[in-house]
Design a protein around this ligand. Structure first.
Ligand code: GDP
Length: 404
């Protein structure tokens, strides 16, 4: 005998009606929004800035060449021992444009030759810290200025910090440097030259470095948590990635041939190591993380956390010190000829207001209103009066947090 299940019938009936209604619905077209965003961003291209830090000889340049299959260091001059005694850290920027399947990436690598090389390395991370701050400052100036359309974003998105395989965990210089940088940039720790260690040593050194990172309160880049609806395979890969910190890597500038195969590797009297073999090193994990899976997150964390911290700090200082002349404020004065020309051009095109008018507009971030003030020369009592502005350039800026 067959019994009809009234609930089932109702459910089916309901679904049919729903589908019909759905088909009848007119198609507006906003479902194409992701495609529009995709097309626009692809056209614009992508940028990514990476800084490499760590003492010389740890294989930084070799690893960068291996990661991006380039030869960025053709003209490199390695200083001799005498030159290194008082060497200061240089900041060298290499930029390359890479294109893959029609997607353009402008990759900037910031190298730090001389780091940790001198006899006295006190504060040798200062140049790195200053460089990162300068990029934030430049971005802050640009996005708070009038010409916001062609801003070049040079903010540093990631720092590969190389740790020696020959020490026991972090050295004091590593601790100091990482602590100085961890609030400004995403630090990804790297255990260099992993082929000089046995498997057990790699494991022990990783544990020790992780312990040190925790003990000294260093905030290295945290991979975002997996969404609960991700499939099991993805979750497993994500966990492997998290457990691999610090990435134990091997680099090589040469292709070797073994058993009929050609690959980037290193030949030793006892055998061959393959850079991209997961059994030999974490190189592939690192490259996938940097390029395929977490590049956008590194950029997001830079923008939403590190840059926001810098920006908030700046604005706090500015509101506190608007009357103090000798404090350098990024927006204090529109001072260079270039900025003046951009300013005039923009004014011509976009603004019909006269200089004496107030112009308010909502900034990128809703919490602030950027207020543009024109201070006439005779208005000596106005805000920014003590900033030492040239009389020929009386325009001054004030960035006022909303609600002040
Ligand atoms: P940097 O000064 O940190 O940029 O180091 P380099 O990339 O110039 O490398 C210094 C030396 O280490 C060179 O002789 C490289 O061939 C070698 N080297 C680079 N990577 C590795 C590696 O993964 N393992 C080993 N054993 N040697 C490496």
């Amino acid at each position: 005998m067959c019994f009809l299940n009234p609930f089932k019938i109702h459910t089916r009936h309901f679904i049919t009606v729903f589908l019909l209604q759905d088909q009848d619905k007119e198609y507006v077209g906003f479902a194409t929004l992701p495609n529009q965003v995709h097309r626009k961003t692809v056209k614009k291209g992508f940028t990514f800035t990476l800084i490499v830090a760590g003492e010389s000889g740890l294989g930084k340049s070799t690893l960068i060449n291996s990661l991006f299959l380039t030869d960025l260091y053709k003209d490199r001059k390695v200083p001799n021992a005498e030159e290194r005694i008082n060497q200061t850290v240089d900041i060298v920027k290499h930029t390359i444009s890479i294109e893959e399947k029609g997607i353009k990436l402008r990759l900037s690598i910031i190298d730090t030759p001389g780091f940790g090389d001198a006899v006295n390395n006190t504060e040798s991370w200062k140049q790195i810290e200053d460089y990162i701050d300068q990029q934030f400052e430049q971005y802050f100036r640009d996005e708070s200025g009038l010409n916001r359309r062609n801003i070049q974003d040079n903010r540093v998105h990631c720092c590969l910090y190389f740790i020696s395989p020959f020490g026991h965990g972090l050295r004091p210089l590593d601790v100091e440097c990482m602590k100085a940088l961890h609030e400004k940039v995403n630090i990804v720790p790297i255990l260099a030259k992993a082929d000089s260690l046995t498997q057990a040593e790699v494991f022990r050194k990783k544990m020790k470095i992780r312990e040190d990172i925790k003990h000294f309160g260093i905030n290295v880049y945290q991979f975002p948590e997996c969404d609960s609806d991700e499939d099991e395979d993805f979750k497993k890969q994500d966990q492997i990635l998290k457990d691999s910190i610090p990435f134990a890597v091997i680099g090589s500038n040469v292709q070797v041939e073994s058993k009929g195969r050609k690959f980037r590797g290193r030949i030793y009297p006892w055998g061959v190591v393959e850079v991209e073999n997961p059994a030999h090193s974490d190189f592939l994990l690192l490259r996938n993380m940097l390029v395929r899976t977490h590049m956008q997150d590194l950029k997001d964390v830079t923008r939403e956390t590190h840059y926001e911290n810098y920006r908030a700090q700046c604005i706090q200082n500015m509101t506190r010190c608007t009357h103090e002349a000798d404090i350098p404020l990024p927006l204090a004065i529109v001072d260079t000829e270039k900025e003046r020309l951009i300013f005039e051009k923009d004014e011509e095109v976009h603004f019909s207001y006269s200089f004496s008018n107030f112009l308010t507009y909502k900034g990128n971030h809703n919490s602030f209103i950027h207020l543009f003030l024109s201070v006439a020369e005779e208005d000596a009592g106005g805000p920014g009066e003590d900033s030492g502005a040239d009389a020929a350039q009386p325009e001054r800026w004030l960035l006022i947090p909303y609600g002040y």
